[in-house]
Design a protein around this ligand. Structure first.
Ligand code: HPA
Length: 278
């Protein structure tokens, strides 16, 4: 009997294919601050999540998302405007369904972006950080349960999730555009509460530079199915206990909006170069 999750995924693929035959090379997940990224895409099709049967749709008003298909330079992209978070109450398999779907539509590269709290040495609000590796053990693993053999192996290797060649392109792009780019390990916690200062001290001891509520479960699912992954995090605040101010969603959003122009430039120029490596 076919795996139930794979059946659900295949139905989603079919629903998308009934609306567009566009085959993307790069999948891009937009985090906070990149909400208006569609302006940089020569759009060929848009599909609202709610029009894909079985697709997890945010219940928060104003948060309904969509896939945007089109071109960034010569690179064919599918872009997720609005992602699904575990803290919203979805099953972890639904949280990673969109990323798996983009892989099944043909994407070979996954570019993950997010907003995070910074605890790396010398980090400040508004910094951009290249994700070099991650820590996943504070969030559920999306591969728990029967393995979907059609997608990948039971025990996937995780020794280079964020591909060195893509990291090099992003670093080179930052340099060419005069964008300061930090580097470090990103840790996903479940949220929705921010961390306590003691938790941030613990994460610091574990070698974490940035902490947030997304991305790692998507990276694990995409790595499982063989996608090449890269990621950039927008440091929107100093992590809990590292500044006088209590943390708020408004502060995070404000910092993300401020960093948006440079973040957009870095993502766009990097993706243009990805087409050469495909
Ligand atoms: N912690 C967790 N998630 C976040 C933070 C933070 O400090 N800032 C933005 N997202």
């Amino acid at each position: 009997m076919a795996n139930k999750l794979y059946e659900k995924l295949s139905n989603c693929v079919e629903a998308v294919r009934s609306k567009t035959d566009f085959v993307p090379d790069v999948a891009l997940v937009l985090g906070s601050g990149l909400g208006n990224y569609a302006e940089n895409i020569k759009v060929t099709a848009e599909i609202e999540y709610k029009d894909i049967p079985g697709f997890p749709v945010s219940t928060v008003p104003g948060h309904a998302g969509k896939f945007i298909f089109g071109y960034v330079g010569d690179t064919k992209v599918v872009c997720m405007k609005g992602r699904v978070h575990f803290y919203e109450g979805y099953d972890i398999s639904d949280v990673v369904l969109p990323v798996r779907l983009m892989g099944m539509l043909g994407a070979k590269i996954l570019f993950l972006t997010n907003a995070s709290g910074g605890l790396g040495e010398g980090f400040g609000a508004g910094d951009l950080m290249l994700i070099t590796d991650h820590i996943s053990c504070f969030a559920p693993n999306p591969l728990i349960g029967a393995n979907i053999d059609e997608l990948g192996p039971r025990f996937p290797d995780m020794s280079e999730v964020y591909k060195k060649d893509l990291q090099d392109i992003i670093k080179e792009t930052a340099k060419e555009n005069g964008i300061e780019l930090k580097e470090g390990v990103y840790c996903q916690i479940t949220g929705p509460s921010f961390e306590s200062p003691a938790e941030i001290r613990m994460l610091g001891k574990l070698g974490v530079s940035a902490v947030g509520m997304s991305t790692v479960n998507e990276a694990i699912a995409a790595n499982h199915m063989g996608l090449k992954i890269c990621g950039v995090s927008c440091i929107c605040n100093l992590a809990s206990g590292l500044s006088e101010n209590p943390l708020s969603h408004e502060e995070v959003q404000e910092a993300a909006d401020k960093a948006a122009p440079l973040f957009t430039k870095l993502v766009t120029e990097s993706i243009k170069k990805f087409s050469k490596g495909l």
